[in-house]
Write a protein that binds this ligand. Structure first.
Ligand code: SAH
Ligand code: SF4
Length: 383
């Protein structure tokens, strides 16, 4: 397996305009850095050759010393519902996952912020990986650029939603997440509409204020997943360090922009956190916040010791919360290919598309549902 970066060549994706200017040096006029920045992010140039705004000698020189730094697609899994999960090889041959989810009126890309995740949520497959390393700003941006290219998407169209809900805890990689967000949201950069980029956190409380102080930042979703301090400690042991009560206080203090609300995600686990009493406690906890609630019925997986509640229970829970707070049930996407929330753990299944094939191919073979899957390398006991 080979990663994406040729040895010795420094990737350009991830550098901001000032960094590109210092890379080009004082011999180049200042506008060259801007041209290069726009070519990389706004125009999403396919090669150095294609950056025709730059003089040929400069393009040639850049190509000798640098590369763009897009990951390579190692595997691709196609769901019956149109979702595609990508296993992407980074420059150091580590891999990370990103997911494309088409919908009628918009498309969503789910990208990762870390290789693995250090937060040990008991219902999440990614947790079994542990943390390998943080992604660089470039590796975060490159996931968007690559999937946009694969699916011929226009990030500037307002029809594209990007959520950092793949592998990793974004607030534990805040500097890189913030830098990536600035370039993703910059109209001269990738140009995502500001309401179309969201990060999701397990609640690293001290980092909420840091994120809130950023002038350019994504929207914020918080994975609540429990209705009481004790319950959350069991399901999300990080609550022992960052208490639920303090997290809710930090949410109350979070500086929402006039158009913005917080989103709380709540994974429903059968017989654990899905009772009417849980729903009532959620209303009490969040009642004073400008927010909405997204319910996710557990996506199962090897090593997850919980069950998915029946649809009727999910509906009843939603009904109680929705009386006071806008509350929606999130439709699972790509369940058959382990692409749904909390399932990103390099699970191999048998419908991987060889990546040597034409990238936009949608043959019948691509579309067949998954058969068996390999169990997780190590399991975990129920809490
Ligand atoms: N680490 C961040 C973002 C990635 S997880 C976070 O926890 O918020 C993205 C979402 O998937 C979170 O809301 C998480 O609670 C949810 N999730 C994790 N495991 C899940 C599972 N097995 N089924 C459904 N949702 C899950
Ligand atoms: Fe990490 Fe999020 Fe999974 Fe928790 S739910 S282990 S924070 S990826």
């Amino acid at each position: 397996m080979t990663g994406c970066y040729t040895e010795g060549r420094m990737p350009l994706i991830g550098l901001d305009a000032a960094e590109l200017a210092s890379l080009l040096g004082p011999s180049q006029p200042a506008y060259r850095a801007k041209q290069l920045y726009q070519a990389l992010y706004r125009d999403r140039a396919a090669s150095f050759e294609a950056i025709t705004t730059l003089p040929l000698p400069l393009r040639t020189e850049l190509a000798v010393q640098h590369e763009f730094g897009l990951p390579t697609i190692e595997k691709r899994y196609d769901s019956v519902d149109g979702t595609r999960r990508y296993l992407l090889a980074l420059g150091d041959d580590r891999t990370v996952e990103a997911v494309f989810m088409p919908e009628e009126d918009r498309d969503t890309l789910c990208i990762s912020s870390q290789v693995g995740c250090p937060v040990n949520c008991q219902f999440c497959l990614t947790a079994l990986l542990g943390l390998d390393r943080n992604l660089t700003a470039g590796e975060i941006i490159a996931q968007v650029l690559l999937l946009a290219r694969e699916h011929r998407l226009d990030p500037r169209s307002r029809q594209l939603n990007v959520v950092m809900m793949g592998q990793g805890e974004p607030l534990l990689n805040l500097p890189n997440v913030v830098k990536a967000s600035r370039i993703l949201l910059d109209p001269n950069g990738v140009g995502l509409f500001e309401r179309r980029l969201t990060i999701s956190t397990s609640g690293i409380t001290p980092k909420l204020a840091e994120l809130g102080a950023e002038a350019v930042r994504p929207k914020l979703a918080i994975s609540l997943n429990a209705s009481s301090e004790t319950q959350r400690r069991e399901l999300m042991p990080i609550t022992k360090k960052y208490h639920l009560r303090v997290l809710i206080d930090a949410c109350r203090a979070y500086p929402l922009r006039p158009w913005e609300h917080l989103t709380f995600e709540y994974v429903l686990l059968k017989g654990v956190n899905d009772t009417d009493a849980d729903a009532q406690r959620v209303v009490k906890l969040l009642g004073q916040l400008r927010c909405k609630v997204n319910l996710i019925a557990l996506n199962p997986g090897p090593g997850i010791a919980f069950e998915t509640p029946d649809p009727a229970r999910v509906a009843a829970f939603r009904e109680i919360v929705h009386r006071k707070i806008p509350c929606f049930v999130r439709k699972p996407r790509g369940l058959d290919i382990y692409a749904a929330c909390g399932q990103l753990k390099l699970v191999s299944i048998d419908n991987a598309t060889p990546t040597t094939q034409e990238p936009h191919g949608t043959s019948d073979a691509d579309r067949r549902p998954a058969g068996h899957h390999q169990p997780a390398a190590h399991g975990r006991t129920a809490v």
